[in-house]
Ligand binder design. Structure first.
Ligand code: SF4
Length: 89
């Protein structure tokens, strides 16, 4: 039985080919304006709120333009921007 001496071709594809999409412009704009807060995520911030009532979870940032559509939905996992303020317990 022979063993391959080189890795399969799919391993040689640069990492860039597998990078997930960058964060959307709306959160990147927050970093551009306010910087970032390391070690925290939007889910811990008092500016993040649920816009979906009791039946749905559509998170929005109250420091950003808010619509009723998905274009202004916010992800709880996004790294916090410089306007981060910890939610009260
Ligand atoms: S950290 Fe807070 S203020 Fe900054 S984008 Fe997230 S929810 Fe908005």
């Amino acid at each position: 039985m022979s063993h391959p001496t080189e890795p399969p071709a799919w391993i040689l594809i640069p990492d860039a080919a597998y990078r997930p999409d960058p964060l959307p412009k709306r959160i990147r704009d927050m970093y551009a304006l306010h910087g970032a807060t390391e070690g925290h995520a939007c889910k811990e911030c008092k500016h993040l709120f649920n816009h979906g009532g009791h039946t749905h979870r559509y998170y929005k940032c109250d420091l950003q333009r808010i619509t009723h559509g998905p274009a202004t939905d916010w992800r709880t996992s996004w790294p916090a921007c410089g306007k981060f303020q910890e939610k009260p317990e």
